[in-house]
Design a protein around this ligand. Structure first.
Ligand SMILES: *Cc1c(COP(=O)(O)O)cnc(C)c1O
Length: 395
């Protein structure tokens, strides 16, 4: 149908009814779970705990990747800490280990390792590098489920998000996972946070129905044409406060079950796109190669690939990436370039950093070549064939 559009990301919100609640999460033996208002609030609280644990004399510093979600910066600034950006390594969305080594100072309290679109950061190498330094390793798993630390226990804290466009969409909320050895120290600090009850009343149910309806191709296409989603804009929004959330466990449990059972055509994707390598495109297997964490990830779908939130590709050039985006969107496929630019170039953040994006050549290059394709439950093998055809025709 004219104007219909396959949404880039976003899964159906589960019903809170149904299956008996078992409440067990794959990380329970290693981590204590605290439900929070949002992923950003959970990340900020993780930073706050690291600051308390470290007790540095100067302004606390937190190491972040130079390309990422602006909420990372919001979470750090809310704690009165200073975000210190580090470039990616070559070609992958992982922190440069040399970069991290050089950025660590006596005031560093934490390194935030982001699982980009589901690909896990290199937690093994980061944790070896930080060994005995007392600097906390925080796994930001807002885009990955389950987090790599579920099985490895490597991160001191793990952050989850249940916002729209995340692996488990509960119309908002997040979780802070605190490694059990820190529970005693963290509990009183977390206890001080205000609580916010989430009621699953008629308004919630109505919102759910409307939200799920808007995920359809026809409605999503309409929203894009009306420009009501503010698409394509990445903006910095400061964090205003941190609240715990009384999100019903049953809802989270159903979200986890729905995630486990929904369609995920990664094999179809990898087959359809296999010819692109020779033409200079890099796919998720290549982008995952640097990360050892992927090899002990649970929920394997293809060899070393953990479950992806979107299907990422690096185009041979920015010019080809931009033409691919146009062609795909013309064909009703919600492809995008995600944040588009590194953090120091984002509106509202330019004044925050003493350096520009030029200080981060790998992250800048990555941002100019990244293309992400939908891989949610409503993507069909026909869609994947069409996407492969469109990219295959570009010269
Ligand atoms: C979305 C996201 C967040 C913030 O989560 P919210 O629940 O939207 O506040 C943090 N980090 C990453 C990597 C994200 O993708």
């Amino acid at each position: 149908m004219l104007g219909s559009m396959l949404r880039p990301v976003g899964s159906h919100i589960p019903a809170p009814a149904g299956e008996a609640f078992d409440g067990a999460m794959p990380w329970d033996s290693r981590y204590q779970t605290e439900l929070m208002d949002s992923g950003t609030a959970a990340l900020s609280m993780a930073v706050g705990l690291a600051i308390e644990a470290r007790g540095v004399s100067g302004t606390p510093e937190v190491i972040l990747p130079a390309y990422g979600c602006p909420d990372l910066v919001a979470a750090v600034l809310f704690q009165g800490a200073r975000p210190v950006l580090v470039d990616f390594g070559q070609e992958g969305p992982n922190l440069s280990l040399d970069g991290v080594r050089n950025a660590v100072s006596p005031d560093t309290v934490a390194v935030v390792a982001v699982d980009f679109l589901g690909l896990h950061e290199n937690l093994e190498s980061l944790s070896t590098l930080l060994d005995e330094s007392g600097v906390w390793l925080i796994e930001d798993s807002a885009q990955a489920f389950p987090p790599a630390s579920s099985t490895s226990g490597l991160a001191d804290c793990v952050v989850l998000s249940f916002g729209r466009g995340k692996p488990i969409n509960l119309m908002g909320g997040g979780a802070l996972l605190v490694r059990r050895e820190h529970s005693h120290f963290a509990a009183p600090l977390i206890e001080q946070l205000p609580r916010n009850e989430v009621s699953l009343g008629p308004v919630w149910h109505l919102k759910r129905v409307v939200f799920n309806l808007l995920l359809s191709r026809v409605f999503y296409g309409l929203l894009v044409r009306l420009s009501v989603l503010g698409l394509g804009k990445t903006e910095y929004v400061p964090l205003e406060g941190i609240t715990r959330s009384e999100l019903p466990w049953k809802l989270l449990n159903n979200g986890v079950n729905a995630h486990r059972h929904r369609a995920y055509l990664i094999k179809t994707y990898l087959d359809a796109f296999s010819g692109l390598d020779e033409r200079g495109w890099l796919g998720p297997q290549r982008l995952a190669r640097e990360s050892k964490s992927n090899s002990n990830s649970i929920d394997f779908d293809d060899g070393k690939l953990p479950r992806l939130l979107r299907f990422p590709l690096l185009a041979p050039s920015e010019e080809l990436r931009d033409r691919a985006l146009d062609a795909l969107n013309q064909a009703g496929i919600g492809a995008n370039s995600l944040y588009g630019i590194p953090l120091p170039a984002i509106d509202g953040l330019q004044a925050q950093f003493e350096v520009t994006e030029r200080a981060f050549p790998n992250a800048s290059e990555f941002s100019r070549r990244l293309l992400t394709l939908p891989i949610h439950e409503d993507v069909t093998s026909d869609d994947i064939g069409r996407m492969a055809n469109i990219l295959g025709c570009l010269r």
